[in-house]
Design a protein around this ligand. Structure first.
Ligand SMILES: [Zn+2]
Length: 302
């Protein structure tokens, strides 16, 4: 009897050890619920695609690309700028330009103030200039945390002004879009930014300027239908949602089921609407190569 009990205990222990070691290896990146509660908030981040949890620092060092499944996490405007531009080369333009409430839309001022305090941005786009591997370029980077990156009068104005500046200095222009489309609180004034930015791009282009558009997740509505699609090169990050109207509205209108990957960067590439889907790790190298190619008097070795 004692022998039997002893054997059972021993077997139990072996099983426990087996579970411990096999489990530890497999779930190395996933701390237990208790462990999750033990870590200070903001230290860990969960990948929405594969549900694994990583140290924010690890994700940051990997440019916020999931080490397990390659999912490209959203970047805020300054994270993207810091990742892309050479250190201490960035000069911001029109940093204090903010929206009014031209249509007296209820609660709009409060919503703007809330987003300003949350994001530390004055609006949904940051513009300026800096260098990438030594090549100077103007830029606009949109931030989807601010009113879903929607395009109001200030976003349009900042882009138009930045294009004018780039034209004057004689440098290329790169835009990173992330937008839910037009800003409903500014109604028709918001829609007018589509024309305004498109004309500004045409003027910039006529002066010989290089305009590169990089669409990031998500780029939809009036932004995808205007400046985001007008690049001399149109790029996108992997799996980014890019489209004008939503899937359901299109399906109801054309009375057809759409493919599963409809409105993804890869689908658009396969249908000729994009020049390349660019992994975030490749972005800096690709952009600097293009800037090199388009720099007068310099021959590309790429
Ligand atoms: Zn993942």
């Amino acid at each position: 009897m004692i022998d039997h009990c002893y054997r059972r205990l021993l077997e139990g222990g072996v099983h426990m050890l087996k579970d411990f070691f096999s489990g530890r290896k497999k779930d190395a990146a996933v701390p237990s619920e208790k462990a999750k509660k033990d870590v200070p908030e903001g230290l860990m981040q969960k990948c929405p695609n594969c549900n694994k949890i990583f140290y924010r620092k690890e994700l940051k060092n990997n440019l916020y690309v999931c080490p397990a499944c390659d999912f490209h996490h959203r970047l805020n405007a300054w994270e993207r700028i810091h990742n892309l531009f050479d250190q201490d080369t960035v000069e911001e333009w029109d940093a204090t330009l903010t929206s009014n409430n031209p249509l007296d839309f209820p609660d709009y001022e409060e919503k703007l103030a809330k987003d300003q305090s949350k994001t530390k941005l004055s609006e949904a786009a940051v513009t300026g200039k800096g260098t990438i591997h030594g090549f100077e370029t103007a830029f606009c980077v949109m931030d989807s945390r601010f009113r879903m990156g929607s395009m109001g009068s200030v976003v349009g104005e900042k882009i138009a002004r930045a294009l004018e500046n780039a034209k004057e200095i004689g440098i290329p222009f790169i835009i990173f879009t992330a937008s839910g489309g037009a800003r409903m609180q500014e109604g028709v004034l918001s829609l007018m930014q589509m024309t305004k930015t498109s004309i500004a791009i045409k003027r910039f282009s006529d002066s010989g300027g290089l305009f590169i558009s990089v669409m990031t997740h998500p780029t939809t509505g009036g932004v995808s239908a205007s400046f985001a699609s007008l690049g001399d090169y149109n790029f996108a990050e992997p799996k980014a949602l890019i489209g004008f109207a939503g899937r359901r509205i299109i399906e109801q209108t054309i009375r057809e089921k759409l493919p599963k990957d409809f409105q993804t960067a890869e689908f658009l590439l396969n249908h000729g609407q994009l020049d390349k889907v660019v992994h975030r790790h490749e972005m800096k190298r690709l952009l600097s190569s293009l800037l090199l190619m388009h720099t007068e008097g310099v021959e590309s070795h790429e």
